[in-house]
Design a protein around this ligand. Sequence first.
Ligand code: FAD
Length: 601
Amino acid sequence: MQIGTTLAKRKFDVVIVGAGGSGMRASLQLSLAGLNVAVLSKVFPTRSHTVAAQGGIGASLGNMSEDNWHYHFYDTVKGSDWLGDQDAIEFMCREAPKVVYELEHFGMPFDRNADGTIYQRPFGGHTANYGEKPVQRACAAADRTGHALLHTLYQQNVKARTQFFVEWMALDIIRDAEGDTVGVTALEMETGEVHILEAKTVLLATGGAGRIFAASTNAFINTGDGLGMAARAGIPLQDMEFWQFHPTGVAGAGVLLTEGCRGEGAILRNVNGERFMERYAPTLKDLAPRDFVSRSMDQEIKEGRGCGPNKDYILLDMTHLGADTIAKRLPSVLEIGHNFANVDITKEPIPVVPTIHYQMGGIPTNINGQVVVPNNGIHNEVINGLYAVGECSCVSVHGANRLGTNSLLDLLVFGRAAGNHIVDFNLKNKTHKPLPKDAADRTLARLARLDSNSGGEYSQRVAGDIRSAMQQHAGVFRTQAGMDEGVTKIAALRDRVSNLALKDKSKVFNTARVEALEVENLMEAAQATMVSAAARRECRGAHTVDDYEHPADHPTAPLGRDDANWMKHTLWYAEGNRLEYKPVNLKPLTVDSVPPKVRTF
Ligand SMILES: Cc1cc2nc3c(=O)[nH]c(=O)nc-3n(C[C@H](O)[C@H](O)[C@H](O)COP(=O)(O)OP(=O)(O)OC[C@H]3O[C@@H](n4cnc5c(N)ncnc54)[C@H](O)[C@@H]3O)c2cc1C
């Protein structure tokens, strides 16, 4: 692939990169409105990571216990440790029942109550009456909610005639001289050809970057490609220091056991058989938010109360739930127990450890899904033609810690909202802006470098080193010295990433080329995380630094949060490896703000 080669070009109204829940919720709005939409995906749409979601979608339907969106709003703000933007959170919680009923009408096979309404289970951090007691808010299809959701959306898209480009990998965003987005470059994996896909609007829906860590619940394709594309195009990444550890990954395997297990009544126990969460979160116990539970588990292990020969895991006990409930509500968990831990969960507890699960940060957007950047004193200036939704975006509803079930909800609410906004824009703007002459130069230079390098390293080794550095320096408990060392290690790895080589340079289905391109994206996500983390001199949500103290009057509250100096969003720029900050929006759309307070459960 030489620079200057004529590239195949195609033109669409809208190009969506990613066919997970967020991409397909948006594409459905666009196809139904008659727009010409291309949806690109590295894998077949229904293999996107959304398919693996187990526990449920949060919405205050109140089918099984008293609930309303104000409670959901409060829980989400508190869950975010006051880093979430309250306008976006209000929008999401108010829209939630609507998008869930819409899904129901699309044919989503939810579990049902005897009266025919949607089944809802309790989930971590979701409460009634502003923290008083757990509430049943997670709308579930057994423990295969994401599977049901993704297949429902795919079917609706097929019906609406959305065009899918399967096994196409988007490589770079094309911006013109004014900074507007006019398309993407993409690699057709089957042929190895590079294409220019022109569009009036590009929507990034590429999912998370959980594969920057060694142990992760995420699919292998979750390499943060959208983050890499944005970073290379000069767009900052927001709040990347905040990574969620899910409390219950199967020890040694990383495979997730949904929080729905604890929603159905499962209990975490230490080596003494003690239900230790009663000490850390007296009201919500095992159903405290994930940052809380993960830290408590790590603390138990650190203090010698872990289980097993090396005292390095915790036990999740479901033996009291009964085989019938497990078979009905948690059938996949039962299978995972057999297949990944050789445990029959109806008879014995299963070993678990906190495992990387979700990125709270991402590409900054407003509530229409438009990508926003600071410019000349304006905090959130829109980049024309560029949108982002789903886990790759940061709108920010999850702040410093996401509540379970709020991601599937985020995909639906903001996928739909972005879709509607894009439809309006496309109906008003009939013409495409011209492509710049150098539209594909950056992409071609990257590919040419890979193809011409004969002496460099192969991507697996470098990816492995990125993952172990992140695992070591950006864990559940961090230290300032550890993070500073991580920053140095990751910076050194960047040089190795720019010297990647391919042994096999063939074109057809060359997965080594795809992996090398993915590693470039891992690098951006990893450096954004490490640098943002080392700079944040406080604890908030999932970012816990051991060097700080508990608040003097609240010995059970998390280590020191510093609202006066740090209640602000981080923005990391690849160019110059530099940081900026912008304020958190504490003003909801219509209701009163939830003022910051100490976070206990
Ligand atoms: C095991 C597991 C269980 C979970 N359970 C729940 C739950 O019960 N409730 C909840 O709310 N959340 C849950 N989550 C979180 C939630 O599922 C994810 O955050 C969400 O599904 C992400 O959706 P998405 O649309 O952003 O991206 P994904 O579903 O990850 O899809 C990304 C898409 O982008 C495509 N893509 C990526 N890069 C490129 C590229 N360069 N070119 C072309 N295409 C590209 C991929 O092929 C894919 O189609 C869970 C997550 C995991 C890992």
